[in-house]
Design a protein around this ligand. Structure first.
Ligand code: NDP
Length: 264
């Protein structure tokens, strides 16, 4: 199927690993040029080079912590310098947690708020004039099923992702008049390094291994009984970025193996 996004430019935050990397590869396979950012410079530079040579697209890599306003500004500026702007923005960078509300210090709330919410707010304000100049654009926020169905061990994550879901809706309403479509994807269990890190943390000193912990989570929670690969999820991101999704505006799409327990 021709998706009609060849030679578009996409910015992906956290494009060096996990879901962000899979989306980067999915878009590159459709001929989209890429600006990737992450904090680990060596890794994001390596990934950008590999994708460029594998798919024949142009790529840049920018070291940036998107929880910081100055790094958000720099990522946008570097993308403008390299490509004259971007047509697609994937707000993907994010991370899970492990705390109770009583334990979590104010600094943790602030850090997750900056990473999951303020990054998307800042990118939106910077990208609006750029996308308008290019005739429109697409923004996809990688939210989470936890925005509506919280996991018990990570309230700070759940709350900040819920805020990102509401920001997505408000932004979609405000930006559609500029021909900028904004949507969210609420993924369920996607087997990425972040899950492995969380599983190792939660099973440290316990009887079960992190592998059996993950397997049990999938069987306990999802009707499908397994994690998805990042690539399975990336297909949906790529579709939402394409003109084939032209009537998709302001929605949160669940890709969760049936995990969501309500009709939403
Ligand atoms: P990974 O930890 O596997 O990858 C995260 C990516 O984001 C890496 O490239 C990392 O690179 C980058 N990153 C992390 N923090 C920052 C930051 N402050 N600034 C810039 N880049 C950053 O995570 P996942 O792929 O699992 O998760 C990606 C997104 O998907 C997150 O927002 C997560 O909440 C969401 N999600 C994940 C699900 C899952 O099951 N995996 C389910 C639902 C949602 P570096 O460390 O070098 O900065």
């Amino acid at each position: 199927m021709e998706l009609g996004i060849r030679d578009k430019v996409a910015m992906i935050t956290g494009g060096s690993l996990g879901i962000g990397l899979a989306v980067a590869e999915g878009l590159a396979a459709e001929g989209v040029h890429l600006a990737l950012c992450a904090r680990d410079e060596e890794r994001v530079v390596g990934v950008a080079e590999q994708i460029a040579s594998k798919y024949g697209v142009k790529t840049i890599a920018v070291k940036a912590d998107v929880g910081k306003a100055e790094d958000v500004n720099r990522f946008v500026a570097e993308t403008e310098k390299a490509f004259g702007g971007a047509d697609i923005l994937i707000n993907n960078a994010g991370t899970g947690g492990g705390e109770t509300i009583l334990e979590a210090p104010d600094e943790k709330w602030q850090q997750y708020w900056d990473l999951h919410v303020m990054a998307a707010v800042r990118f939106a304000k910077l990208m609006q004039p750029i996308m308008v100049r290019r005739g429109g654009g697409v923004i996809v926020n990688n939210v989470s099923i936890c925005a509506t169905q919280p996991l018990p061990y990570e309230p700070v994550y759940n709350v900040t992702k819920a805020a990102l879901a509401m920001f997505t809706k408000c932004l979609a309403n405000e930006f559609i008049k500029y021909n900028i479509r904004v949507n969210a994807i609420n993924a369920g269990l996607i087997l990425t390094p972040d899950w492995v890190k969380t599983a190792k943390m939660l099973t440290e000193g316990q009887d079960s291994t992190w592998e059996s912990y993950l397997d049990q989570i999938a069987r306990d929670n999802t009707p499908i009984g397994r994690f998805a690969t990042p690539e399975e999820l990336a297909h949906f991101f790529v579709f939402l970025c394409s003109p084939l999704a032209s009537y998709c505006v302001g929605s949160s799409y669940y890709v969760d193996g049936g995990w969501l327990k309500v009709v939403n």
